[in-house]
Write a protein that binds this ligand. Structure first.
Ligand SMILES: [Zn+2]
Ligand SMILES: [Zn+2]
Length: 272
Protein backbone atom coordinates (compact mmCIF):
# COMPACT_ATOMS: atom_id res chain seq x y z
CA UNK A 1 0.00 0.00 0.00
CA UNK A 2 1.27 3.47 -0.81
CA UNK A 3 2.11 5.86 1.99
CA UNK A 4 -0.57 8.29 1.09
CA UNK A 5 -3.34 5.72 0.92
CA UNK A 6 -6.75 7.12 1.74
CA UNK A 7 -9.65 5.14 3.03
CA UNK A 8 -12.89 6.54 1.78
CA UNK A 9 -15.80 5.75 3.97
CA UNK A 10 -19.05 5.85 2.06
CA UNK A 11 -22.37 5.35 3.74
CA UNK A 12 -20.77 3.38 6.51
CA UNK A 13 -18.67 1.05 4.34
CA UNK A 14 -15.33 1.30 2.62
CA UNK A 15 -15.15 1.24 -1.13
CA UNK A 16 -13.32 -1.79 -2.39
CA UNK A 17 -14.33 -1.98 -6.02
CA UNK A 18 -16.21 0.06 -8.57
CA UNK A 19 -19.55 -1.45 -7.70
CA UNK A 20 -19.38 0.21 -4.31
CA UNK A 21 -18.33 3.64 -5.45
CA UNK A 22 -20.43 6.69 -4.86
CA UNK A 23 -19.74 10.00 -6.52
CA UNK A 24 -21.32 12.41 -4.09
CA UNK A 25 -20.80 15.72 -5.90
CA UNK A 26 -22.15 16.13 -9.43
CA UNK A 27 -23.55 19.23 -11.15
CA UNK A 28 -25.86 19.74 -14.13
CA UNK A 29 -26.38 22.50 -16.67
CA UNK A 30 -29.00 24.05 -14.39
CA UNK A 31 -26.26 25.99 -12.55
CA UNK A 32 -25.27 27.85 -15.76
CA UNK A 33 -21.58 26.95 -15.61
CA UNK A 34 -21.83 23.20 -16.16
CA UNK A 35 -22.93 21.29 -19.26
CA UNK A 36 -25.07 18.19 -19.70
CA UNK A 37 -28.50 16.91 -18.83
CA UNK A 38 -28.98 14.99 -15.61
CA UNK A 39 -29.58 11.86 -17.66
CA UNK A 40 -26.16 12.20 -19.34
CA UNK A 41 -24.46 12.23 -15.93
CA UNK A 42 -26.39 9.09 -14.97
CA UNK A 43 -25.34 7.37 -18.22
CA UNK A 44 -21.68 8.20 -17.56
CA UNK A 45 -21.95 6.91 -13.99
CA UNK A 46 -23.41 3.64 -15.25
CA UNK A 47 -20.71 3.30 -17.90
CA UNK A 48 -18.05 3.77 -15.26
CA UNK A 49 -19.65 1.15 -13.06
CA UNK A 50 -20.53 3.43 -10.16
CA UNK A 51 -23.12 2.36 -7.64
CA UNK A 52 -24.52 5.80 -6.90
CA UNK A 53 -24.30 9.47 -7.80
CA UNK A 54 -25.55 12.36 -5.77
CA UNK A 55 -26.34 15.55 -7.62
CA UNK A 56 -25.19 18.46 -5.51
CA UNK A 57 -26.48 21.59 -7.17
CA UNK A 58 -25.60 25.15 -6.24
CA UNK A 59 -27.80 27.20 -3.95
CA UNK A 60 -26.82 30.80 -3.18
CA UNK A 61 -28.84 33.65 -1.79
CA UNK A 62 -28.18 37.39 -1.66
CA UNK A 63 -25.09 37.24 -3.87
CA UNK A 64 -24.26 40.23 -6.05
CA UNK A 65 -22.05 38.88 -8.79
CA UNK A 66 -21.84 39.60 -12.52
CA UNK A 67 -23.11 36.14 -13.45
CA UNK A 68 -25.53 33.68 -11.88
CA UNK A 69 -23.76 30.42 -11.07
CA UNK A 70 -26.55 28.85 -9.04
CA UNK A 71 -30.13 27.61 -9.39
CA UNK A 72 -33.29 29.65 -8.98
CA UNK A 73 -36.30 28.30 -7.11
CA UNK A 74 -37.83 27.25 -10.43
CA UNK A 75 -34.62 25.50 -11.40
CA UNK A 76 -34.76 23.54 -8.15
CA UNK A 77 -38.33 22.49 -8.98
CA UNK A 78 -37.17 21.21 -12.37
CA UNK A 79 -34.15 19.58 -10.71
CA UNK A 80 -36.36 17.58 -8.36
CA UNK A 81 -38.83 16.71 -11.07
CA UNK A 82 -36.14 15.42 -13.44
CA UNK A 83 -34.18 13.79 -10.63
CA UNK A 84 -37.18 11.84 -9.41
CA UNK A 85 -37.91 10.68 -12.97
CA UNK A 86 -34.33 9.43 -13.22
CA UNK A 87 -34.59 7.66 -9.87
CA UNK A 88 -37.47 5.64 -11.33
CA UNK A 89 -35.75 5.09 -14.66
CA UNK A 90 -32.55 3.72 -13.11
CA UNK A 91 -34.13 1.82 -10.26
CA UNK A 92 -32.10 -1.31 -9.52
CA UNK A 93 -29.18 -0.10 -11.68
CA UNK A 94 -27.96 3.15 -10.23
CA UNK A 95 -28.90 4.99 -7.07
CA UNK A 96 -29.49 8.68 -7.72
CA UNK A 97 -29.41 11.15 -4.86
CA UNK A 98 -30.63 14.73 -4.93
CA UNK A 99 -28.61 17.08 -2.81
CA UNK A 100 -27.54 20.68 -2.57
CA UNK A 101 -24.22 22.51 -2.38
CA UNK A 102 -25.26 25.38 -0.18
CA UNK A 103 -23.20 28.54 -0.39
CA UNK A 104 -22.59 30.31 2.90
CA UNK A 105 -23.77 33.91 3.13
CA UNK A 106 -23.55 35.29 6.69
CA UNK A 107 -26.23 37.88 5.89
CA UNK A 108 -28.81 35.34 4.76
CA UNK A 109 -28.76 32.54 7.32
CA UNK A 110 -32.47 32.43 8.04
CA UNK A 111 -33.40 32.38 4.34
CA UNK A 112 -30.86 29.64 3.75
CA UNK A 113 -32.34 27.59 6.59
CA UNK A 114 -35.88 28.12 5.27
CA UNK A 115 -34.81 26.99 1.81
CA UNK A 116 -33.15 23.86 3.17
CA UNK A 117 -36.16 22.99 5.32
CA UNK A 118 -38.49 22.92 2.33
CA UNK A 119 -37.16 19.73 0.80
CA UNK A 120 -35.81 16.32 1.67
CA UNK A 121 -32.15 16.32 0.61
CA UNK A 122 -29.94 13.27 0.21
CA UNK A 123 -26.92 15.42 1.02
CA UNK A 124 -26.36 18.99 2.14
CA UNK A 125 -22.83 20.09 1.29
CA UNK A 126 -21.45 23.34 2.64
CA UNK A 127 -19.32 25.60 0.47
CA UNK A 128 -18.22 29.19 0.81
CA UNK A 129 -17.70 30.76 -2.59
CA UNK A 130 -18.53 34.45 -2.36
CA UNK A 131 -16.57 37.06 -0.45
CA UNK A 132 -18.34 40.35 0.12
CA UNK A 133 -16.39 43.46 -0.79
CA UNK A 134 -17.66 47.02 -1.25
CA UNK A 135 -21.25 45.89 -1.64
CA UNK A 136 -20.45 43.28 -4.29
CA UNK A 137 -19.25 39.68 -4.18
CA UNK A 138 -16.08 38.07 -5.50
CA UNK A 139 -15.74 34.33 -6.08
CA UNK A 140 -12.97 32.88 -3.90
CA UNK A 141 -12.71 29.73 -6.02
CA UNK A 142 -12.61 31.41 -9.42
CA UNK A 143 -9.75 31.47 -11.89
CA UNK A 144 -10.96 34.69 -13.53
CA UNK A 145 -8.16 37.33 -13.56
CA UNK A 146 -10.45 40.12 -12.31
CA UNK A 147 -11.28 38.06 -9.19
CA UNK A 148 -7.63 37.16 -8.59
CA UNK A 149 -6.60 40.82 -8.93
CA UNK A 150 -9.25 41.96 -6.44
CA UNK A 151 -8.06 39.44 -3.87
CA UNK A 152 -4.46 40.63 -4.23
CA UNK A 153 -5.73 44.10 -3.47
CA UNK A 154 -7.66 42.99 -0.37
CA UNK A 155 -4.87 40.71 0.89
CA UNK A 156 -4.63 36.97 0.38
CA UNK A 157 -4.11 36.09 4.06
CA UNK A 158 -7.09 38.16 5.13
CA UNK A 159 -9.40 36.53 2.59
CA UNK A 160 -8.28 33.03 3.58
CA UNK A 161 -8.93 33.78 7.28
CA UNK A 162 -12.39 35.07 6.40
CA UNK A 163 -13.08 31.97 4.32
CA UNK A 164 -12.25 29.56 7.14
CA UNK A 165 -14.14 31.68 9.67
CA UNK A 166 -17.17 31.58 7.35
CA UNK A 167 -17.00 27.82 6.96
CA UNK A 168 -16.85 27.36 10.72
CA UNK A 169 -19.83 29.67 11.20
CA UNK A 170 -21.73 27.81 8.46
CA UNK A 171 -21.06 24.47 10.16
CA UNK A 172 -22.42 25.88 13.40
CA UNK A 173 -25.46 27.54 11.86
CA UNK A 174 -26.68 25.30 9.05
CA UNK A 175 -27.97 21.70 9.03
CA UNK A 176 -25.25 20.40 6.73
CA UNK A 177 -23.97 16.84 6.33
CA UNK A 178 -20.71 17.36 4.38
CA UNK A 179 -18.07 20.08 4.03
CA UNK A 180 -17.09 20.49 0.37
CA UNK A 181 -13.54 21.16 -0.96
CA UNK A 182 -12.37 22.47 2.42
CA UNK A 183 -9.06 24.03 1.37
CA UNK A 184 -9.93 25.17 -2.17
CA UNK A 185 -10.03 28.86 -1.21
CA UNK A 186 -8.06 31.02 -3.69
CA UNK A 187 -7.01 27.80 -5.43
CA UNK A 188 -6.12 29.73 -8.59
CA UNK A 189 -4.34 32.58 -6.85
CA UNK A 190 -0.56 32.48 -7.36
CA UNK A 191 0.13 33.65 -3.77
CA UNK A 192 -2.15 31.23 -1.94
CA UNK A 193 -0.48 30.17 1.28
CA UNK A 194 -1.78 28.89 4.61
CA UNK A 195 -0.08 30.36 7.66
CA UNK A 196 -0.11 29.02 11.21
CA UNK A 197 -3.35 30.84 11.97
CA UNK A 198 -5.08 29.28 8.96
CA UNK A 199 -3.84 25.83 9.99
CA UNK A 200 -5.38 26.36 13.42
CA UNK A 201 -8.64 27.42 11.79
CA UNK A 202 -8.67 24.18 9.78
CA UNK A 203 -8.21 22.17 12.97
CA UNK A 204 -10.98 24.07 14.68
CA UNK A 205 -13.30 23.39 11.71
CA UNK A 206 -12.48 19.71 11.81
CA UNK A 207 -13.06 19.41 15.56
CA UNK A 208 -16.45 20.97 15.06
CA UNK A 209 -17.18 18.52 12.23
CA UNK A 210 -16.07 15.54 14.33
CA UNK A 211 -18.30 16.67 17.18
CA UNK A 212 -21.31 17.11 14.91
CA UNK A 213 -20.75 13.99 12.79
CA UNK A 214 -20.27 16.03 9.62
CA UNK A 215 -18.34 14.29 6.81
CA UNK A 216 -15.36 15.68 4.91
CA UNK A 217 -15.48 15.60 1.15
CA UNK A 218 -12.47 14.33 -0.75
CA UNK A 219 -12.96 16.36 -3.91
CA UNK A 220 -11.08 14.84 -6.83
CA UNK A 221 -11.30 18.03 -8.90
CA UNK A 222 -8.14 18.93 -6.98
CA UNK A 223 -6.17 16.42 -9.03
CA UNK A 224 -6.84 18.48 -12.14
CA UNK A 225 -5.07 21.60 -10.90
CA UNK A 226 -2.61 20.44 -8.25
CA UNK A 227 -2.16 16.65 -8.20
CA UNK A 228 -3.88 16.34 -4.84
CA UNK A 229 -7.55 16.31 -3.91
CA UNK A 230 -9.28 19.11 -2.01
CA UNK A 231 -8.41 19.09 0.80
CA UNK A 232 -4.77 18.02 0.70
CA UNK A 233 -3.69 14.52 1.72
CA UNK A 234 -2.19 15.96 4.87
CA UNK A 235 -5.55 17.39 5.97
CA UNK A 236 -7.37 14.21 4.97
CA UNK A 237 -5.05 12.12 7.14
CA UNK A 238 -5.61 14.48 10.05
CA UNK A 239 -9.37 14.19 9.54
CA UNK A 240 -9.13 10.42 9.65
CA UNK A 241 -7.23 10.58 12.92
CA UNK A 242 -10.04 12.72 14.30
CA UNK A 243 -12.61 10.12 13.29
CA UNK A 244 -14.24 12.22 10.59
CA UNK A 245 -16.10 10.32 7.90
CA UNK A 246 -14.73 10.82 4.37
CA UNK A 247 -16.87 10.89 1.24
CA UNK A 248 -15.66 11.16 -2.36
CA UNK A 249 -16.91 13.66 -4.92
CA UNK A 250 -15.77 14.54 -8.44
CA UNK A 251 -17.43 17.98 -8.62
CA UNK A 252 -18.18 17.07 -12.24
CA UNK A 253 -19.39 19.97 -14.35
CA UNK A 254 -19.36 17.77 -17.49
CA UNK A 255 -20.87 14.27 -17.71
CA UNK A 256 -17.54 12.68 -18.63
CA UNK A 257 -16.03 13.93 -15.35
CA UNK A 258 -18.27 11.79 -13.15
CA UNK A 259 -16.01 9.63 -10.98
CA UNK A 260 -12.89 11.37 -12.30
CA UNK A 261 -9.60 10.46 -10.65
CA UNK A 262 -11.30 8.09 -8.23
CA UNK A 263 -8.66 5.56 -9.21
CA UNK A 264 -6.08 7.83 -7.59
CA UNK A 265 -7.65 7.31 -4.21
CA UNK A 266 -6.55 4.03 -2.72
CA UNK A 267 -9.49 2.06 -1.54
CA UNK A 268 -9.18 -0.44 1.26
CA UNK A 269 -11.30 -3.50 1.81
CA UNK A 270 -12.50 -2.87 5.29
CA UNK A 271 -11.86 -1.18 8.54
CA UNK A 272 -9.98 -3.48 10.84
ZN1 LIG B 1 -20.00 24.70 -9.66
ZN1 LIG C 1 -19.60 21.85 -6.80
Amino acid sequence: MKNNAIKILVNGGFMNNNSNIIDGHVHTKLCNHAVGEMNEYAVCALNKGLKEIIFLEHFEVGIKYFEVTWLTENDFKAYFYMGQELQKKYQGKLIIGLGVEVGYNPRRISETKDFLAKRQWDRIGLSYHYYEYEGQHINMLSRKPQNIAKFSEIGVGKVISAYFAGLLAGIRQLPITVVCHLDAVLRHHPDVYFNKGHELQILEIMSEMAERGIALEVNTAGYVSRHEPYPSLRIIKQAQKMGIKLVAGSDAHRPQDVGRNFDRLVFMDSLR
